[in-house]
Design a protein. Sequence first.
Length: 378
Amino acid sequence: MENGESAAPVEEYFSELEDPRRYNRRHYLRDILVIAICAAISGANGWKDVAHFGKLKVAWLRETLCLELPHGVPSADTFRRVFAVLDAEHFQECFVDWIQAVEKVTKGQVVAIDGKTLRRSHDRSLGKETLHMVSAWATGNGVVLGQLKVDDKSNEIPAVPELLEMLEIEGCIVTLDALHCQTETVEAILEKRADYVLPVKENQPRLLEALQRLFDDPEEMHWVECDSFRTVEEGHGRIETRACWTTSDPEYLEYIATLADWQGLQSIAMVEAVRRVGEQATTARRYFISSLVSNARSMLRAVRSHWGIENEVHWILDVTFREDDSRIRRGNGAENFAVLRHIALNLLKRDNSAKLSLRARRNQAAWDDDYRLKVLSG
């Protein structure tokens, strides 16, 4: 590697970030960003961890990543101050540009969008509300495509179209929870030339009633042409059966279209899940509208794929990255550290060289300079 050459392609996509400091620029912004990303990969969950990592790896940072560090490694207070005033919106945009450059989301892939609260990010003494983020996850690639902060005085509904606008998801299938069964959300998805699968619950009472009237009435179902698909899974003393029925019957679609302006509507569906443990069985039914042509197998796959964002993103962020325990609150610090976690999560997931858990990969990145460089080079 030639002198001055970067070993971390990821940093190239954050080079356009403007330094928010007007005074006291003893440490270069590039150095601060690279150290923070490396530390997040290597197990750092706060600014003290980031600074401590930098001090332990100062020789590696200078020799391998060619950081200048004219005044040594910044202190934890410096990291805290810089990320508190760093433009969070621009940082998010740089993240999206990076992941779209290195991960191609294929057509037909499910993109799950869901919100998550950073539970300890509030500061009541300053009137600072708890931070809530909406994230998009590509189920096939297993990476976060982007995230956006929900405005303090709003909710997830207006944030989703803004997040969709940032993403390249043409040909993908977008799934959300029932809160987002809104005509505005449907329009935003279709504008990106993507498809939607949206659950229907009590927030759309007339639509829910219409779907229940069809799928819950055996006589009605007898006269409607439906596609169906069923899966059965056994394990841990229980049997779970999932069945899906879909239809593109024009009479029903025309009626449902009169309830609201559901653009692109091509099918409706019901998924019935029966869970049996011993002699006891529980049954749950869920109803959906979609821009996909009636296909029960594809519908069930999309519905099941959506909940992967809870296990593959939110659960990992809480358990492995300790996100819910984070007390970063000053300025934009919590939002920007959330981006650092997503960068680290994506980089670690992209490494398939070792069959290790995410926690083990973070440990290996902390201990093994060569492995950290490999992960960082993505």
